[in-house]
Design a protein around this ligand. Structure first.
Ligand SMILES: NC(=O)c1ccc[n+]([C@@H]2O[C@H](COP(=O)([O-])OP(=O)(O)OC[C@H]3O[C@@H](n4cnc5c(N)ncnc54)[C@H](OP(=O)(O)O)[C@@H]3O)[C@@H](O)[C@H]2O)c1
Length: 335
């Protein structure tokens, strides 16, 4: 079902600058947009660290990367975003592997419409995987981003959000960031899931809204401190990856509607154009959002920059996101 390349993507890639001399850390590269981004960064000459939980998919995708780019510096680091302990161990490993610092951190990994389950840390599986563990990882890698930005003038944190940030709620609700995994609305009926409604989708919506609020909060704090670290966010439109297949398997989407919908999707490479723009383009600015448009119908096409949106880029939401996330990881995160 997945096309491996596209004209749109090859034209896009040919306009990206060299990333030689830069170090990029990317989460979730076993398939989809993360895999496309890792392949592209390696092709552009970057040193690439791929952070994945241990699995056959992780081993296979890492060896595909090293086989495709035998001269590239590629490091595979085990990191399970469902567990803060694993993020801590991975952060320490990244620090050891990158004495030069980190130029780009791409918080890409994600899960969608999973059942109402708690991680071992007690948080909603979608919120911890998609946002809270990335918040902790970013906090831990700040000194490395700072080090590289002092040497080269700028570094970047790129978060991966979704059109799902727009609905069903444009308000970030505190309970989704609390230790209430498994108590956040249940699993919904087959009808609701087939139609992308109900509690599973609200939990996904909240995690993707959190990606944006995190970007906005980080952007404002970095700017206030005069930092050279940029905070950006992207969304892939609708991209034909493993994401939907996993959701269907876990009961979060109806297969008939999903198969019909995916006829209108773009390839994983095209879906990666937003994060790649934010990671690589020399004119990308802190506080920008890259995607095939800002509205609910922006499902495919070239990634273009637009401004962060007022429904999460406001003092109340930024503070809520930061305070709840700091409390969740149990560590101070001061810029
Ligand atoms: N595809 C779309 O249409 C779409 C639309 C909007 C937003 N997005 C966003 O795009 C991002 C990438 O998703 P994708 O579409 O490329 O899906 P994908 O092909 O399923 O890739 C998701 C990646 O996240 C990893 N991941 C999941 N749980 C993890 C965990 N606990 N620890 C470490 N890694 C974990 C997966 O690794 P495993 O192999 O270990 O599962 C995989 O590498 C996500 O943030 C998603 O929300 C996608």
């Amino acid at each position: 079902m997945t096309k491996s390349s596209s004209t749109l993507f090859s034209t896009f890639r040919s306009n990206l600058p060299s990333m030689a001399g830069k170090t990029a850390v990317i989460t979730g590269t076993t398939s989809g947009t993360g895999k496309a981004a890792a392949m592209t960064l390696a092709k552009l000459g970057a040193k690439v660290l791929v952070l994945n939980r241990a699995s056959h998919r992780s081993t296979t995708s890492s060896s595909e990367l090293t086989v495709a780019f035998p001269n590239a510096q590629i490091h595979s680091v085990e990191c399970d975003l469902q567990a803060f302990d694993s993020v801590e161990t991975a952060s320490a490993q990244v620090a050891e592997l990158c004495p030069e610092g980190v130029h780009v951190l791409c918080n890409n990994a994600g899960v969608m419409a999973l059942p109402d389950t708690a991680t071992a840390d007690g948080f909603d599986v979608q919120m911890q995987t998609n946002h809270l563990s990335h918040f902790l990882l970013t906090r831990n890698l700040m000194p490395l981003l700072d080090r590289a930005s002092n040497a080269t003038g700028e570094t970047r944190v790129v978060n991966h959000s979704s059109v799902a940030r727009l609905s069903p709620s444009k308000t970030l609700h505190p309970e989704y960031l609390e230790r209430r995994g498994g108590e956040l609305g249940g699993n919904g009926s087959a009808f609701q899931n087939a139609m992308f409604r109900g509690a599973r989708w609200l939990r996904y919506n909240q995690s993707k809204l959190a990606n944006c609020a995190f970007t906005a909060a980080l952007h404002h704090q970095l700017q206030k401190q005069g930092s050279n670290i940029k905070a950006l966010v992207a969304h892939p439109g609708l991209s034909n990856t493993q994401l939907q297949k996993t959701s269907v398997k876990e009961g979060g989407m109806g297969s008939v509607v999903t198969n019909l919908m995916m006829r209108f999707s773009q390839t994983p490479e095209e879906g990666a154009m937003g994060i790649l723009s934010a990671m690589c383009l020399t004119n990308a600015k802190s506080g920008q959002f890259y995607g095939p448009g800002s509205g609910a119908s922006a499902l495919k096409g070239p990634a273009r920059p637009f401004d962060l949106e007022a429904f999460y880029d406001n003092a109340e939401t930024r503070d809520l996101l930061w305070q709840k996330s700091v409390h969740a990881i149990g560590k101070d995160f001061s810029i």
